[in-house]
Design a protein around this ligand. Structure first.
Ligand SMILES: [Ca+2]
Ligand SMILES: [Ca+2]
Length: 398
């Protein structure tokens, strides 16, 4: 299969006449009407039949409820500097105050308003959790990921509009969401087109049934849902980062950078991260060397020694996704160690619960969400896993 893909890529390169010359990237227009590349509703919507299920039943939300019962966490801020005892595979992120939210001109409303945030010091994994690392956890505990478990229709339908018909039994077998290149697709406003509910897909079979992680031990683990990431973190004596910790760390000590490496355009070579070149979603030229995941640490680290804070795979953080969350916070006084909104709120689909994911993936490019930006974020249904979503952990300083 991989060989076949390589052949196709070579054929495309020859057709484009750019085999031995520097490649001119195809620059797509930005899609204004849509902002996310994920299907609204995650696996529940795909299993139940696609975009119509969600779009015909949009919930009207009372905007007055947005400002109710805001929960802020005002823990004692610690900026103590620890020089010794950094756990293996982690770096110390010294706490501080930064401005969180929108930087650059490809931002989304959910990234506003910019607001000051203070985070305490913590340790952070230098790289996304790999297949090899996740296997140690599974071997030790027998843990089965969400994507490996049978689906209970009674639970699933709670995340769908009332009256949604039960899908065929074969769709309720364990599986995950798999991105499929769609040659010829030019309408980018329906992101159900390039995601498929694929039975038999999970972290051990990341590209679908029959695929494996052999030879991908150092690639980030994928098809991880929120509960899976939390379970791993707990077992490892760690936890998931808050979005504020993640964004602070991604800045790498720079002041208001667009990307973890600064403001150099993501499309300028040499590439700084694993993202999508070509024509989304029809043709991935993989000029950066990677069609899907790359081994962790294949690109330069940011100023804090953190790899792949942009691209490769999205990273699950602990905050609930609420696109109006930042409007609840002070723009004058730093919020100390914010842990996210009290509620999950995503206008496109408020049936499911969503968590925040950060950093973008090998599927991101400027024509869509440009989510390799430090301040970018997307929602992920808490019961859904995908082949471009993984995570990394942090640890408190004792
Ligand atoms: Ca790539
Ligand atoms: Ca990443």
């Amino acid at each position: 299969m991989i060989f076949k893909k390589l052949l196709l890529l070579v054929a495309f390169s020859l057709m484009l006449g750019c085999k031995s010359e520097p490649k001119q990237q195809i620059v797509q227009d930005k899609v204004d009407s849509k902002t996310d590349c994920h299907p609204q509703g995650g696996r529940s919507a795909l299993i139940a039949g696609g975009s119509d299920v969600i779009n015909q039943h949009k919930i009207q939300i009372d905007s007055n409820s947005i400002h109710e019962s805001i929960e802020k966490t005002n823990e004692i801020h610690s900026d103590k500097k620890v020089k010794e005892g950094v756990p293996d595979g982690m770096v110390l992120i010294n706490g501080g105050t930064f401005t969180m939210g929108a930087v650059g001109d490809l931002t989304l409303p959910r990234e506003y308003p910019r607001h000051p945030v203070t985070v305490s010091s913590f340790y952070m994994d230098t790289h996304e959790v790999t297949n090899a690392e996740f296997k140690v956890f599974v071997d030790a505990t027998g843990y089965k990921t969400i994507a490996e478990r049978p689906i209970d229709w009674e639970e699933l339908k709670k995340q769908l509009p009332a009256g949604t018909p039960k899908p065929p039994e074969e769709n309720l077998r364990p599986g995950s969401l798999l991105f499929k290149l769609r040659p010829g697709v030019t309408d980018l406003t329906n992101y159900f087109q390039w995601w498929e509910w694929t039975v038999g897909t999970n972290w051990k079979h990341p590209d679908g049934p029959g695929s494996s992680i052999q030879g991908k031990e150092s690639h980030p683990v994928v098809h991880i849902a929120y509960a899976d990431a939390k379970a791993y973190a707990q077992w490892a004596g760690k936890r998931l980062p808050t979005e504020a910790e993640w964004e602070y760390a991604a800045q790498g000590g720079l002041k208001d950078p667009i990307y973890p490496w600064g403001d150099k355009d993501v499309n300028d070579t040499p590439f700084e991260c694993n993202f999508f070149q070509g024509q989304f979603p029809s043709f991935n030229s993989s000029e950066d060397g990677y069609l899907t995941t790359a081994p962790v640490g294949s690109f330069k680290s940011n100023g804090y020694g953190l790899y792949d804070m942009a691209g490769n795979v999205w990273e699950i953080v602990s905050d609930k996704f609420d696109e109006d969350y930042y409007s609840m916070l002070s723009t004058e006084t730093p919020t100390i160690n914010p842990k996210g909104s009290y509620r999950s709120y995503y206008r496109e689909n408020n049936y499911a619960k969503h968590t925040v994911i950060k950093g973008g993936s090998f599927l991101c490019n400027d024509s869509y969400c440009s989510s390799y930006r430090v301040s970018a974020k997307m929602p992920l249904e808490t019961d859904s896993a995908m082949n471009h979503v993984g995570f990394r952990c942090v640890q408190d300083i004792k």
